[in-house]
Every structure is written in C-alpha cells, then in structure tokens.
Design a protein around this ligand. Structure first.
Ligand code: M6R
Length: 619
C-alpha cells in the first residue's frame, strides 16, 4: 500500500503535503514524491528511499511556492523502488501529474495501447499509464482543466481494472485536485477555505477533524471552496461526513523513540477504551453497533472468522472464547485462503472479519465472498471510515486509536477485547451462560487494563534478555490452548521486526517433528497456561523439561507464583494471574517488548520494517 496526500487552500502546499506524508510513511517507505502547482507551472520532485531523502532533495532545490499540491509515499508493486518509479508520474506534456495506491490489473494492455498510439512511458509502473490515459481523455473531452480533469478521470476509471486510489492535478487549474477510489482508501478532510485528500485522516488531522468518507467507485473534485463527489458516471454521489474523535497528539510519538514503543505503552488505555460504553449499569453487555438482531444471533449455527497476520491470531484466540462461552462451532480462516476453497456458508453463518486497518484486501475479498454466499457479516475494525465496516452488516470498533507502527500491538489487544465481548454477548443472547456468569467475566475484563499495566511495569528484565539474544539466528515459541496463537504472534513479531527465523508451535506438536530443531543453547519461549488448567499446565511443564533436556535455553512466561516451572526456566517472566481465556492479554505484551527491543538492539527501525507496509491493500 502507499500513502497519498492532496491539498488545496491558502497555505504553502509543500509544507502541508510533506507533513502529511510524514504521518503516512508507515503505509510505505520505498520512495516518496510531491507535485506542487504554482503560477501555471507543475513542479515535481521524487526520491527513492524514505521521506528523509525527498526532504533533503527539496531543501537543496525547493520547488516554487504554491497552494495546491499532492504527495505520495510508495510501497512498490510494479517496478523496483527507484527515483524513476517513484510517484508522481506525468503525461507526455508534463501538465498532468498522478499518484496512485493499489494495482491496476489491466495495465499491461493499457500500456501497450498507449505506446502504440505514440505515448512515451518512462517508468515500470502501472500508475504512469493513468497519466497518459488522462492526457488522451482531456483531449477527448475538449475542456480546459477546470471542466475536464474530473470528467477525464471518470472516463479513465471506467477503463481500469483492479484496486486504485488516484489523485491527479493539472497545470491548467491551480484550484483543483481530483481523486478517485475503488477498493482502496481515500478520505476527504474538510477545512475552512481549504480541503484535503488522504489515504488516512492522520495526514490532515493537524488541520481539521471533519472528514468525508468516500464510497466505492467515486470521483471527488477538491477545490479550496468546496468538495464535489460523483460516481464514475458523473452522477452526484451521497457521502457520509464524520468527525474524527482523536487529535494530532494521538498520531505523534509523544516522547518515545518509536511509535511502536508508544503503542505498546498505550495498551492499558486502549483496552479500557474498547470496553467503554459496552457494559450497562445492569451488568449486561450492550453491543448495539453490531446491527445484528438478537433473533438473528439466535439463529446463527456457525461462526467463521477471517483475518490476516496478527488479526488472524486474534481470530484463533476468539475460537476458544466463542466455543467455550457461546457454545457455537467456530472456524478460523486466513482471509487470503478463504475464497479459494469450498467453505460451507449459509444465511445462518456469521462471518466475523477482523482487521485493524479495515483496508486489507484479502480480508475485504473474503467478506465479499461471504456476502455472495448470503452469510451475516460482522467486522471488528479500528479505523472509522475504512472500507471493511461499510461492507459488513455490523461492526464492533476497537478503540485503540491510531496505530502507526507497522507491527500491530495495541490493535491486537483491543481485537482480543472485542472478540471476548462478542463471545460473551452471544452467550448472553443465546443463554449459553447465565447472566451472573457473563457479568463475572465482564468484571474480570474490566480489570485487565490494570493487569496489562502491571506487565508493562516489569519489562526491564525482558528488554535485557532481548539485548542479550540479539546475536541469535533463531528463536522458537511454544504454547498450548490460547497460548498457541500467542506463540504464533510472538514469532511473527520477531520475524517482522528482527528479521530472524522465528516459529511458533503448539507445544503438543513438538514430539511430532519440531523437537528435532532443538539444539544446545537455542532460545525457546514457552507460554505456560494458568495452574488452574491443571492438565494443560502439567503437560506444558513436561514439554519444557523435554526441550531443556535437549539443550534448549528456556524462557518461560508463567503466572506469578507458579513455582512449578521455576526449576526448568533459564529465564522466568511472571505475568499477573488471570483466567485462561484472558491470559493472551498479559502474555502477549512481553513478546511485543522482546521483539521490539531485540530488533532495536540489531539497529532496525521497528516502525518501518523492511519490505512491509502497515496495511496490505493488494491481494
Ligand atoms: O489491518 P489488518 O489487521 O487487516 O492487517 C493484517 C496484517 O497485515 C497485520 O496484522 C500484520 O500481520 C502486522 N504487520 C503484524 O504485526
């Protein structure tokens, strides 16, 4: 995915655009570029690498000052991340500039057609074709930019296949930015005498918190004095306005070296916020936003969870909670696999899609597939105004606030809270748990922020341990029951941040193969269930002994006071005692801290790990 900013108003556009890009850099950081329009002259600048490279280039050779501009930070799909492939791309005349997020699937055919017609394309990107198509359509609509650019964009969009957010400007109009979207995010920021376009509100939150959610297949004309939205045919479109309920400080580092550190530290608050307003004075859960009636919920006979990456791990934990509390069969699917097999869905299947960003294309495609099979759809999402909630029947928002670091942390914990709430709510509605049992669990959930806080207070030994392991090549993670997805999550964090071989296993599977990996000194992190789950607990203690006997260096995460693991733990990380199903809320945190510290010790930028983007808006 890429980050996009557009601006028209009274301020120096370059400053607004570059500041906006800095807030969107988490979306892609292979290259960055800007276009500014001043006095009928369209100036562009672009550089491979992080935004800092572009900033240096702009400082050396500042473009003319203008009040209209756009910028792009790229996560490369077509063509290597070099200066030439960086956006913006221009047409043959140099009067139209375009930036793009997504993939234009029919670009090869379009490119061939353009080249046959004599256009000279200079990059390897799919995006550049759009600039040249706009050039042709502008000539065809025979208008000046004021009338023509939006119409040309609509005509071009009708020819494109795939996913795209496009933003274009024309040297002939210094009060017009045109945007378009299909399957890829774009929001409008509504200011006073100025307006903004961006992939994410974080880009303009400093200037306005009033936003417009653009729908699917819409084109927006942005002028300093107003915003017009149509569909691809030019018919006026209905839009949804909303107010962003967080401010600029939430999108800044707040004294931390990395967003990831800040986001880890914010977890107690994020967990508390996600519970807020969902528990009535009567102790019952109220999840009205779900927009699925109690009658419909009673009719549900199967739940399928679809998600990717860390959100998938939240789904794996949800399965345990849903089956235990709500008594419903629950399957968990990688969203990217879901629509490629013959999953059995019906109108009584509830599909729950979990996505922090609400823009992950694999998750969106899974939701659309489930919709075709007439299943009920519920989203769990962190980003208001994103696509996923719009495509589901109902949504439960996690109130984590903006998550900027690529590695998901606070979003994961709040996703867990959301799935616990849903599982308990279904139990309440279907009567699979007594009211007082649901209430008792809700009360325990309400105490989780303080437990997470307690974990955070005791993380210094984990940081020390992480630094001491910076030279290792591999770390394994073991868990059972809900500790298994936690092990997977610990391994994912280490892979994406420290670029180390890390794998999570169900501890019971060890003897079926993975135990062959154990060698002298290999660090193995083991997530131990609470002692109250005696059989599980004892089995994992045996697993620890087995790997230790074969030379593993054991790092054991167990509830405080668990003396039985002490003799077998080379390092013991104690977490507060909580019920088994809620334990991932406390056992995940040390693994986040561990991965973050180890990666930092290796000199990696934990906010922007190599090859990754915050949300993957392509399949
Ligand atoms: O926005 P989403 O929750 O749909 O994103 C899903 C994954 O791409 C995401 O969780 C990814 O695995 C994170 N980088 C993990 O830290």
């Amino acid at each position: 995915m890429c980050g996009i900013v557009g601006y028209v108003g009274g301020r120096p556009a370059l400053d607004v655009v570059v500041d906006g890009l800095a807030r969107l850099e988490y979306r892609g950081y292979d290259s960055a570029g800007v276009a500014v329009l001043a006095g009928g002259r369209l100036a562009t600048a672009k550089r491979a690498g992080k935004l800092v490279n572009l900033k240096e280039a702009l400082a050396e050779e500042p473009p003319p000052a203008g009040t209209l501009g756009m910028g792009h930070t790229r996560w490369a799909t077509h063509g290597p991340p070099n200066d030439r492939n960086a956006h913006p791309h221009t047409d043959c005349t140099g009067t139209v500039a375009v930036i793009h997020n997504g993939i234009i699937e029919n670009f090869a055919a379009l490119r061939a057609e353009l080249e046959d017609a004599g256009h000279k394309l200079r990059s390897d990107t799919d995006t550049e074709a759009v600039a040249h198509l706009l050039e042709d359509e502008l000539a065809a609509v025979d208008g000046n930019a004021r009338d023509g650019l939006a119409e040309a964009m609509r005509r071009v969009c009708r020819r494109l296949e795939g996913a795209f957010t496009l933003v274009a400007v024309h040297a002939g109009d210094d009060d017009l930015v045109v945007g378009a979207r299909r399957n890829s995010p774009l929001v409008v920021g509504v200011g006073d005498g100025e307006n903004f376009l961006a992939s994410d509100v974080a880009a303009f939150i400093e200037h306005t918190r009033d936003a417009i959610e653009l729908g699917q297949d819409q084109v927006v004309e942005l002028r300093s004095g107003g915003v017009t939205v149509t569909d691809f045919e030019g018919r006026p479109a209905e839009v949804t306005e909303y107010h962003v309920d967080w401010d600029v400080s939430a999108a800044e580092k707040g004294g931390y070296d990395y967003f990831m550190l800040k986001e880890i530290a914010e977890q107690p608050r994020a967990v508390a916020d996600t519970l807020l307003g969902r528990i009535g004075a009567d102790g019952r859960l109220h999840l009205d936003e779900m927009r699925i009636t109690d009658r419909e919920l009673r009719e549900v006979d199967k739940i399928i969870i679809v998600a990717c990456g860390t959100s998938y791990h939240a789904g794996l934990i949800a399965k345990y909670a849903i089956e235990h509390w709500a008594g419903l069969p629950c399957e968990v699917e990688l969203a990217s696999e879901f629509r490629y097999r013959d999953s059995i869905l019906s109108p009584t299947t509830l599909v729950i899609a979990i996505s922090q960003s609400g823009e992950t294309m694999d998750a969106l495609m899974a939701v659309r597939h489930a919709r075709e099979q007439k299943a009920k759809l519920l989203g769990i999402c962190n980003v208001n105004g994103s696509t996923l909630p719009r495509e589901c029947d109902g949504v439960l928002y996690t109130h984590a606030g903006p998550e900027i670091a690529v590695a998901s942390t606070k979003a994961f914990l709040t996703q867990l809270v959301a799935v616990y709430l849903i599982a308990l709510y279904i139990a309440q509605v279907r009567g699979t748990k007594w009211g007082d049992e649901v209430f008792a669990m809700v009360q325990l959930l309400e105490r989780m922020p303080e437990k997470v806080d307690k974990v955070l207070e005791t993380m210094e030994p984990v940081r020390e341990l992480a630094r001491s392991l910076a030279g290792e090549r591999c770390v394994l993670f073991l868990g059972r029951h809900v500790g298994f997805p936690v092990a997977l999550e610990g391994a994912l964090k280490l892979k994406e941040l420290a670029y180390m071989h890390a794998e999570g296993f169900a501890a019971g599977e060890l003897k079926h193969g993975p135990i062959a990996l154990i060698e002298q000194g290999l660090p193995v992190v083991v997530v131990v269930p609470p002692r109250a789950r005696d059989v599980l607990h004892d089995k994992i203690v045996s697993n620890i002994q087995e790997i230790r006997a074969r030379g593993a260096r054991t790092i054991v995460i167990a509830e405080e006071g668990d003396a039985s693991v002490q003799p077998y733990a080379d390092t013991l990380i104690s977490v507060p005692a909580v019920p088994t199903l809620l334990q991932p809320l406390v056992t995940t945190v040390p693994l986040q801290v561990f991965a973050c510290e180890l990666a930092t010790a290796k000199g990696h930028d934990v906010d922007q790990p190599r090859n990754l983007a915050k949300s993957v808006t392509v399949e």
